[in-house]
Write a protein that binds this ligand. Structure first.
Ligand code: ATP
Length: 144
């Protein structure tokens, strides 16, 4: 499923290099609709591309844990200051208004992502370093 979404996303951003590492997963099934899963992935990929600047590389790392499948989308872009990290999940919140306005968007992507993942009792976490890049990880409950 990840492959399909990324394949379609590549068409929109042919200048980017998307790498999928799924070596740490077998055939786990997740407890989430395909529609919501794709929506989540698209929000994260869209942000990774939008805030990448010259580093045109995005890595998707999929892992299987005891109760969750985790999917981390990592970019090497502008990053987010530590003190802003927890606020990016708020509706209409955007880091550095002037800089991000020219990138389009209204600040809803991550708020929607959090709403979806919360409904499924999953987690979304974000880790970032200014100038180095950002990793957003989804933990989605596995189906039994
Ligand atoms: P949209 O509503 O189109 O998603 P948006 O990208 O501004 O617009 P969010 O996805 O909610 O909204 O992101 C909120 C803010 O978090 C962004 O404005 C941006 O400042 C910051 N952000 C999100 N993802 C990244 C990322 N991968 N790298 C750097 N900053 C990010």
């Amino acid at each position: 499923a990840v492959e399909q979404v990324v394949k379609n996303f590549r068409v929109l951003h042919p200048d980017f290099q998307f790498t999928i590492d799924n070596s740490a997963i077998q055939t786990a099934h997740i407890r989430m609709t395909k529609y919501h899963f794709e929506q989540l992935l698209l929000i994260l990929l869209d942000n990774a591309v939008k805030y990448s600047q010259q580093a045109k590389q995005v890595t998707i790392l999929i892992k299987e844990e005891k109760r969750y499948v985790t999917i981390a989308v990592k970019d090497y872009g502008i990053g987010i200051p530590k003190e802003e990290l927890e606020k990016v999940f708020l509706r209409f919140y955007r880091v550095d208004k002037a800089r991000s306005r020219e990138k389009g968007g209204v600040g809803l992507g991550l708020a929607i992502a959090k709403e979806i993942i919360d409904k499924y009792d999953g987690q979304i976490t974000i880790d970032s370093e200014v100038g180095k890049g950002t990793t957003v990880e989804l933990a989605i409950p596995k189906a039994e």
